[in-house]
Every structure is written in C-alpha cells, then in structure tokens.
Design a protein around this ligand. Structure first.
Ligand SMILES: [Zn+2]
Length: 398
C-alpha cells in the first residue's frame, strides 16, 4: 500500500497529534499543582490555574501541561489571587516616606494596592502620571484631605490646606483611580482641631461619593467621639495600635465604639506600619473574638527592613494570632475587594477575571515576628512570596 508523501511528512512533523487536531495550545500558561485558596469562590484545594492572555481561563483539578504553552510548577505552594494591600505609601520621590510599589508589593505577591494619602488635591496629577501609569502594580489612591498630601508629615497643621472643595474636584476627575478620602487624625494636628478636620473630610467624602479612610492615634478629641462620625463603607485604619489609641481600652476590653461602628457597616483595617501594630492589643482583641476585616501593611520606605517587611509577613502574624490560612488570605483578597470599588475581577481567581495570581511557600521554620515596639513573638509558620503573575505575565525571573 502506497503512502501519500504529503501525509507522511505531516505525520513526521507532529507525530503525536491525530490529523485534524493540530491546534495551538489552549492556554498560555498553567500554574500547576498548588493548593489554591480563593475565598471569593470558597475554594481551598489542590487545583491547577490556567491563564489565557490576561485572564483566568480555568481553575480545575487537573489541567494537562501540554494544553498550555508554559507551565509553572506550584506543587507544595499556596496559590492565591494576587493580594490586595489597602494601605501602602508609594509616591516615591515626592511623599515623605514612600516605597516603590513594583519592588515592595508586586514582587512580593501583592498585585493591587491603595496608596493611603500620599497624594492630595494639588499633587494627585503627578501621582497619576509618574506612579500609577508606569507601574505594573495596580495602584489606587485614598486622596489626602490635605491638598499637599504627604509631601510633609504635618500635612494638616495649616487648616487652609484642608480643602474639601479641592478634594471633591479631584475625585470627580479621577474616579477610576481614587477610591477613598484619607484623613490622618494623629498627633501632628493643631490642638483641638481634629473634629474640624474630620468634618471637612466627611464633607468631601459625602460630596464626592467615596468613603473615608480614617487614621486613628494621638488626636486630642476622644476616640469614641471621632468614630461616631464614620458611616457604612468608611474604614478605620491602624485599629491594632497599642492602647489608648486602638481597639482595646484601658481595661483591656474591645471598645464599644468599635463594636458600634462595625455594626453600622464601618470596615476595620490593620495598617501595621512602623508604629501601628501591637502584639498586646492584637492578642487581647483576638482573645475577645475581634478580628479586622482587612489586613494591610502600611508599607513604606522606612519599614520594609522591619518590622513590616511585606504584606505576607503581616498575614503570617495573623496565622500566629489564630486565624486560618483561608481567613488571612480572605482579608487580603476577597475582603478588600468588597470594601472598595475596584474593577471586577480583582482579588479573585474566577474564570474571566484578570489573571493576577500569587504563590507562597508556607515555611515551617521558626519566625521571629516583631511589632511596632520591637516586641517579638515566635511563630511556627510564615508565608514567603515565590511567584507573582500580573495580568497573566510572570513578575521577575521565573
Ligand atoms: Zn499609612
């Protein structure tokens, strides 16, 4: 029997494919064999994650490697949606303390960040042009109620800089990037002016339709009075500061004002930072069943070498406090995605979402975790970032 020459050569070129099935691989990439934790879908199991172009194509128990152009082995790793950090400072070169988002967040498994007040009404244009636009990290902003933002750390000292009208105009012009109004009621305010600053921030929030992000700690008015101003959708950040400025009162109990605020729909955030996380506060809150809704780092140039390091380290501290892996991942993915108006598909591995994916090693060496006063606790587990994909593209050398 004679063999047609063309058929024979074709068979040599693709020996394993049945004629008619010579199509391109289905997927561009598959992350294979990891333990996928996607709280948005209630998923915690070994799964493969396939990516086509910039999107999640499929999450399934076994996606054969040959169906993808490229495979990233994730056996033994924890695979999550690209994490969301709702409190960082990344106006590098302009704000007083700032990190470079692509180095300190994206390279460490965090694909979406909210810059917490580095830019104000007069400095936001530059933030958009020189930071948001060229960064691979997906960056949003909580606009500082002070027009100058954090170009100085006493940004609220001069009340003429606290301008709700200017803030509303900038939010209105940049709704795709600004998700909140940030107000820092700390010790830098002129005495007795904190409620007036808060009133102006409230006005800007109400008129622009984005929620407030409230920094607490060191203001002159009682915390209970300040929290009363917050409404559904607003966020309190730095909740786990040492008393008297955090969630725990002088008697060691969770403050009623925090419970009442949460019942009204106010979100509770961590924002660890250099001075805003206390083991004593966190342990007392945990013992009373009080947990934050979102876990954020407050990462900036002066705490990347400790005590914060990165968001994964902050999450690991909550493993030590007693949350499960699923619970900590939720507080840095599906949780923040509920708080702010990010585009759909952020903080999830649902099919069709932008393919932001992170993989972590759950290391079982002893970890010494420091708080903001350098008090330490030793944990038996820590999340260590290994792989990040941003919109389907691997970050760094893989
Ligand atoms: Zn901060």
């Amino acid at each position: 029997m004679s063999v047609d020459r063309r058929e024979f050569l074709g068979a040599l070129a693709v020996p394993f494919l049945v004629p008619g099935s010579q199509t391109a691989p289905l997927y561009d990439l598959v992350v294979k064999g990891g333990h996928v934790i996607d709280p948005d879908q209630g998923l915690s199991a070994v799964r493969d994650v396939a990516v086509s172009g910039t999107r999640i194509a499929r999450v399934a128990p076994d996606i054969p490697a040959p169906t993808a152009r490229r495979t990233i082995g994730a056996t033994g790793l924890i695979v999550t949606p690209g994490l969301i950090d709702v409190h960082v400072h990344v106006y590098d070169g302009v704000a007083s303390v700032a990190a470079v988002a692509d180095d300190t967040s994206l390279a460490r498994g965090v694909t979406t960040v909210v810059d917490a007040g580095s830019a104000g009404a007069t400095t936001f244009q530059g933030f958009r042009k020189y930071i948001i636009a060229p960064s691979r990290t997906r960056i949003y902003a909580a606009l500082n109620i002070s027009t100058v933002g954090l170009t100085m750390l006493n940004e609220l000292e001069d009340l003429s800089l606290v301008d709700p009208k200017a803030a509303v105009a900038v939010v209105t012009a940049h709704r795709d990037s600004i998700v909140a109004i940030k107000v820092r009621l700390g010790s830098g305010l002129p005495h007795g002016q904190d409620l007036e600053v808060l009133r102006r921030a409230r006005l800007a929030s109400d008129e622009s339709g984005v929620p407030l992000m409230l920094h607490i700690g060191g203001s002159s008015s009682p915390l209970d009075e300040i929290l009363r101003v917050l409404r559904r959708g607003d966020m309190v950040t730095h909740t786990l500061r040492e008393q008297p400025n955090g969630v725990i009162d002088a008697e060691g109990r969770v403050r009623d004002a925090f419970v009442a605020a949460r019942e009204r729909g106010v979100w509770m955030d961590v924002a660890h930072g250099s001075g805003n996380f206390s083991w004593a506060t966190a342990e007392r809150a945990a013992a009373q069943g009080w947990w934050p809704d979102t876990i954020s780092s407050d990462l900036h140039a002066r705490n990347t070498a400790g005590p914060v390091h990165d968001l994964a380290t902050t999450l690991s501290k909550f493993l030590l406090l007693g949350l499960s892996l699923e619970e900590v991942v939720a507080r840095a993915s599906s949780g923040p995605a509920k708080v702010y108006r990010f585009p759909t598909g952020c903080g999830t591995l649902r099919e069709g979402a932008e393919a932001d994916v992170a993989a972590f090693r759950l290391s079982s060496e002893p970890f010494v975790f420091a708080d903001s006063r350098k008090e330490t606790r030793t944990g038996a587990r820590g999340l260590v970032p290994e792989v990040t994909l941003r919109a389907g593209e691997p970050v760094g050398h893989l």
